[in-house]
Design a protein around this ligand. Structure first.
Ligand SMILES: *Cc1c(COP(=O)(O)O)cnc(C)c1O
Length: 410
């Protein structure tokens, strides 16, 4: 094997990975169409809609998503964080309530609980799947618990059979954070359709993106009218423009965002299949390497869109080479990857500044989440849009480092 790139050798990667986001003429066409339509937002210019066939990009996007996901109502909003804030408000969660959530997620999965005045209670995750452990949820239910926020981490469904049973038995509402999981399913049923409300993100890094954007889905007309009102500064659905009933936000999406979301959606299925095929190659090949623990995919997960390809690094099998140094060596070989979340949500400075929020002491609240934070390596989704050679060069880089550990002084 050749000298490691971190020591000045030639990198394993011989050509670069696809850039992200990816755009083509269709995106340009849609964007210009929105620009020239004179309909830039979802404002009082509803009068610009000339006929029932003349649809805004926002309407088209919402209808297409509702169809694809298989749900009655889809409301596009400005971003995924707003989607979560609005969803929790729609459930009537407020001060004194508790909401159970995973600590291994993006901060917005838990800040929506704080924004509503309620208290986040952190249930630990499974070491194998990185998703919330249903047994851990059960143990945390109190008479103040009102809801569960389920995150489908990296795009892999959490155990929705067990979680929905727990929710039913304890009369708890369920919000699904599907920011990683558009295109994912559990036993053939689309993620986002199990709970009361499903929240998506189309932020720049996500598998479907329009720069910033979000979506809330529900099968309940009542919930739909609530989320509509909350994203529209409290106006009623089909109500008057200057008549406000609820305390809401302006979380409207623009036509420019929706225009890009529509054209990106046309590319999604092909990209999604490519990611899945490439993830299978990495799964097979990287699982063979001692000291690399590829995250398990459980049988009921019928579609996994792989927002992230995740693995745990066991330094003891790499002569105790630190994870940071290992990642640095991989980066030098031309493989983009990183450690992911620095720590579980509750160890962010925000949470440490309000310790009374914690349902236990600060240390080792959720040992599996802590451990994953210390051992995780994330390979981002757009890397999975490369070709087979790209995947094999990733695998080569891992082997090359293993064979040349002495060069790294370990
Ligand atoms: C990205 C993300 C969000 C928030 O979405 P934004 O559109 O960035 O506001 C929420 N939850 C998870 C798990 C995310 O990854």
């Amino acid at each position: 094997m050749h000298k490691l790139a971190i020591r000045g050798g030639a990198p394993s990667k011989t050509k670069s990975f696809p850039e992200w986001p990816i755009h083509d003429e269709k995106d340009e066409e849609n964007l210009l169409k929105a620009l020239k339509s004179g309909r830039w937002g979802k404002g009082a210019t509803g009068n610009l809609i000339k006929s029932s066939e003349d649809k805004s990009f926002i309407q088209t996007f919402e209808e297409t998503m509702a169809n694809r996901i298989g749900v009655q109502h889809a409301l596009a909003v400005s971003n995924g964080t707003s989607a979560l804030d609005i969803a929790i408000r729609a459930l009537g969660i407020s001060q004194g309530d508790e909401v159970i959530v995973t600590p291994y997620s993006y901060i917005a999965s838990a800040t929506c609980i704080l924004q509503s005045g309620a208290i986040p209670v952190f249930a630990d995750v499974e070491l194998e799947t990185w998703n919330v452990n249903p047994e851990s949820i059960k143990k945390l239910i109190s008479n103040r618990t009102k809801a569960i926020i389920v995150v489908h981490f990296a795009g892999q469904s959490a155990n929705m059979d067990e979680i929905m049973t727990i929710a039913r038995e304890n009369s708890l509402a369920v919000i699904e954070d599907v920011a990683h999981g558009y295109g994912g399913s559990w036993n053939g049923k689309a993620l986002g359709t199990f709970g009361d409300l499903g929240c998506y993100s189309f932020q720049e890094s996500k598998n479907l993106t329009c720069g910033e954007g979000g979506l809330i889905v529900t099968n309940s007309q009542e919930n739909f009218e609530k989320i509509y009102s909350y994203h529209m500064t409290g106006r009623l659905y089909k109500g008057k423009w200057y008549e406000h009933y609820n305390l809401g936000w302006n979380a409207r999406i623009t036509e420019f965002q929706a225009a890009i979301a529509c054209s990106q959606l046309e590319k999604f299925n092909e990209q999604n299949n490519l990611r899945k095929n490439n993830a299978e190659i990495l799964r097979t090949e990287l699982s063979k390497i001692e000291g690399i623990v590829v995250t398990q995919v459980i049988d009921q997960v019928t579609d996994h869109p792989y927002h992230i390809f995740t693995l745990r690094y066991d330094a003891s099998k790499w002569n105790n080479l630190s994870r940071n140094r290992f990642i640095r060596a991989l980066n030098c070989e031309g493989i983009p990857c990183h450690i992911g979340y620095l720590y579980p949500i509750y160890k962010n400075p925000l949470f440490l500044s309000i310790p009374e929020l914690l349902n236990a002491t600060n240390e080792m609240l959720c040992p599996n989440a802590e451990r994953i934070c210390n051992e995780a390596i994330w390979i981002p989704q757009h890397i999975l849009l490369g070709d087979t050679q790209d995947m094999m060069e990733i695998v080569d880089a891992f082997h090359k480092i293993k064979l040349n550990l002495v060069e790294l002084g370990v």
